[in-house]
Design a protein around this ligand. Structure first.
Ligand SMILES: Nc1nc2c(ncn2[C@@H]2O[C@H](COP(=O)(O)OP(=O)(O)OP(=O)(O)O)[C@@H](O)[C@H]2O)c(=O)[nH]1
Ligand SMILES: [Mg+2]
Length: 282
C-alpha cells in the first residue's frame, strides 16, 4: 500500500496559530482516541505545550475496550501525564471534566486573584483530526455551537466558545504532523478516520483492518460479516471477499463488490458497529 501522509495547508497554518494563541491560554486539554491512545497523539504537541498546564482525555471510550482504557490511563499517569477517560457522545463525566479543567487553570486564575481581578480561564482544546474536540466543547457547553462531523477536517479555524461566566474553550482544527514516519501507526489513524479517505487506498486499508480485527475481535467480526469458521488463516483480500459473500455485496454476474464492501467495513468499524476494541496495548 502507498505511504499514508496528510498534511494540508490548514494544518501548517493551525500549527502557527497554536504557537501564537498558546501565550494567551491558561491550560491545554489534549484529546486522543481511546482506541489508539499512542497513535492519536501528535508528537509535536509536547514541544509546543511544554510550558503549559496540560491533561489528556481519552475520548470515544465507548468504542474502546474498557479494561484497556483503564490500563492506558494508569500508564499515562505513571509517566506523569494527567489522563482521564471520556465519552463526549452519550456519556457522563461532565462535572469531573469541569473540575479537571478548573484545576489545570487554577494557578493562572489564582495569580490574577492575588492582584484583585476575577479572571476568565482560557483553555485550548487540541488533538488530531476527528478525535471529538468540537463535540467535547459542545458537550461541556450543553449545546451544539461548534460544528462537528463524522469525518476529519471539519473545523478549519479556531474559535473561542464561552462555557460559563469564567470559562472559555478554544476549539482548534485537528492537526497531524508533516510526515507520518511510522506507517503502522498511520494505518491506525486511517482506520479510525483521522486521515481524509480521499488520500487513502480504501480497499487496501479495509483489507488491513479486516486482518487486524480477525486477530483482535474474531467472534464479533465473524458474526457481523458471516465469515467462515476457518477465517483465522485468511489474508485481508480473502476476508474482504468472504465479507462480500456473507453480506451479499455482489455486482451483476455475481462478482464481489469489493469497493462497496471496503467503504462499508470502514464505516461500520468507525461507528463502533463491529464491536468495542482497542488497537494498541499499553
Ligand atoms: N462514539 C463516540 N463518538 C464520538 C465521541 N466524541 C465525538 N464523537 C464523534 O466523532 C466525530 C468527530 O467529532 P468532531 O467533534 O467533529 O471531531 P473534531 O476533533 O472536532 O474533528 P476536526 O474538527 O475535524 O479536527 C463526530 O461524528 C462525533 O459525533 C464519543 O465520545 N463517542
Ligand atoms: Mg472540530
Amino acid at each position: 500500500m502507498p505511504d499514508i501522509n496528510w498534511y494540508p495547508g490548514h494544518m501548517a497554518k493551525t500549527r502557527r496559530m497554536l504557537e501564537e494563541q498558546l501565550r494567551a491560554v491558561d491550560a491545554v486539554v489534549e484529546l486522543c482516541d481511546a482506541r489508539a491512545p499512542m497513535a492519536t497523539r501528535n508528537p509535536d504537541l509536547d514541544a509546543l505545550c511544554r510550558n503549559k498546564s496540560r491533561f489528556l482525555a481519552l475520548n470515544k471510550s465507548d468504542l474502546a475496550d474498557d479494561a484497556a482504557t483503564k490500563k492506558w490511563v494508569e500508564r499515562f499517569r505513571e509517566e506523569g501525564t494527567p489522563a482521564v477517560r471520556f465519552q463526549a457522545v452519550g456519556g457522563g463525566g461532565r462535572k469531573e471534566m469541569f473540575a479537571l479543567i478548573e484545576k489545570a487553570a487554577r494557578p493562572a486564575v489564582e495569580r490574577m486573584k492575588a492582584r484583585g481581578a476575577m479572571k476568565t480561564a482560557r483553555v485550548m482544546v487540541v488533538g488530531i483530526p476527528n478525535v471529538g474536540k468540537s463535540t467535547f466543547i459542545n458537550r461541556l457547553r450543553g449545546s451544539g455551537i461548534a460544528k462537528a462531523g463524522d469525518r476529519p477536517g471539519v473545523t478549519r479555524s479556531s474559535q473561542w466558545v464561552k462555557i460559563g461566566p469564567y470559562l472559555e474553550l478554544l476549539d482548534t482544527p485537528g492537526m497531524l504532523w508533516p510526515k507520518l514516519a511510522d506507517q503502522s501507526q498511520a494505518r491506525t489513524l486511517a482506520f479510525i478516520g483521522s486521515v481524509k479517505d480521499e488520500v487513502l487506498d480504501t480497499e487496501g486499508l479495509a483489507c488491513d483492518l479486516l486482518e487486524t480485527l480477525a486477530r483482535l475481535l474474531p467472534e464479533a467480526l465473524r458474526a457481523r460479516y458471516k465469515l467462515p469458521d476457518d477465517m483465522g488463516g485468511m489474508s485481508g483480500p480473502e476476508l474482504l471477499e468472504a465479507a462480500c459473500k456473507g453480506r451479499g455485496w455482489l455486482l451483476s454476474g455475481g462478482r464481489f463488490d469489493t469497493d462497496r464492501a471496503a467503504a462499508l467495513v470502514l464505516d461500520e468499524f468507525r461507528a463502533g458497529k463491529i464491536g468495542r476494541v482497542t488497537l494498541e496495548t499499553p
